[in-house]
Design a protein around this ligand. Structure first.
Ligand code: ATP
Ligand code: PRP
Length: 215
């Protein structure tokens, strides 16, 4: 399904708010796309840009693949961590933007003896965690959380966590150690499948400009 919200000559780009938006704005600016209002100040959810036919929508990270799959946005910028959890497949992923780089890590207070019971792992990344342990042939119990994962081992909610790590400061501040590297994470450009056909020239132009900036 292509966007019915945007005209045929328009492009809507959905960007995860927060850290990814902060790192994506300089890339977009280098590709000639600058929001007309400061996203940190404006309360608008749809922002006009310096290109009259390109709009930005600023949304929660986990909603970006949904907006793109359903064609509410033609293009999106989201972390690979979020894309790995998303169950649909209605988009292409043509470009690694190499921003918001971090790692998904297994962490805890130290090794736990699991010879007599299943390990309990707290995470926001249930699908990725399940796949990771399944590949190792280890059965685990997942405790789904939506934030502050680092608390779980401290209060006895779980043996381990799977969470994003960048500097390692959050783990260190909470007395946790990184134990296994699950996968590297960066932000990706994703594209609605129908938009790629219908707006081919504009979208390949955008991918080309961003690829040149990233390179
Ligand atoms: P929401 O506020 O919508 O619940 P969130 O708290 O996960 O989402 P952010 O912390 O801004 O939002 O993270 C958004 C994305 O930024 C993540 O999906 C990931 O790809 C990346 N990210 C998160 N933490 C880090 C980090 N410490 N270093 C680098 N990139 C990160
Ligand atoms: C992310 C992540 C970790 C932290 C890791 O949280 O969930 O808690 O960054 O980064 P570090 O290794 O550099 O300390 P974020 O700062 O986005 O807070 P939030 O999860 O509460 O949004």
């Amino acid at each position: 399904m292509a966007s019915t919200f945007a005209g045929l000559d328009e492009l809507v780009i959905a960007v995860s708010k927060g850290r990814i938006l902060r790192e994506a704005l300089p890339l977009l600016a280098a590709a000639g796309i600058e929001p007309c209002e400061d996203p940190d100040v404006s309360r608008k959810l749809i922002l006009e840009t310096s290109k009259p036919n390109i709009k930005l929508v600023i949304i929660r990270a986990a909603d970006v693949p949904t907006f793109v799959e359903y064609g509410a946005a033609d293009v999106g910028i989201a972390g690979k961590d979020v894309l790995l959890e998303y169950e649909g497949n209605g988009y292409y992923e043509p470009l690694d933007l190499k921003i918001a780089a971090c790692r998904l890590m297994l962490a805890g207070r130290g090794p736990v003896d699991n010879s007599s019971r299943r390990l309990r792992v707290a995470t926001k990344y249930a699908a990725t965690t399940r796949r990771y342990f399944a590949e190792k042939g280890v059965q685990i119990e997942i405790v789904k959380l939506y934030g502050s994962m680092e608390l779980a081992p401290l209060v006895g909610l779980a043996d381990y966590i799977v969470d994003l790590v960048d500097t390692g400061n959050t783990l260190k501040a909470n007395g946790l150690i990184a134990m296994e590297h699950v996968r590297d994470v960066t932000s990706r450009l994703i594209v609605n499948k129908a938009s790629m056909k219908i707006k081919h020239a504009q979208i390949t132009g955008l991918i080309g400009s961003l690829a040149a900036v990233v390179a």
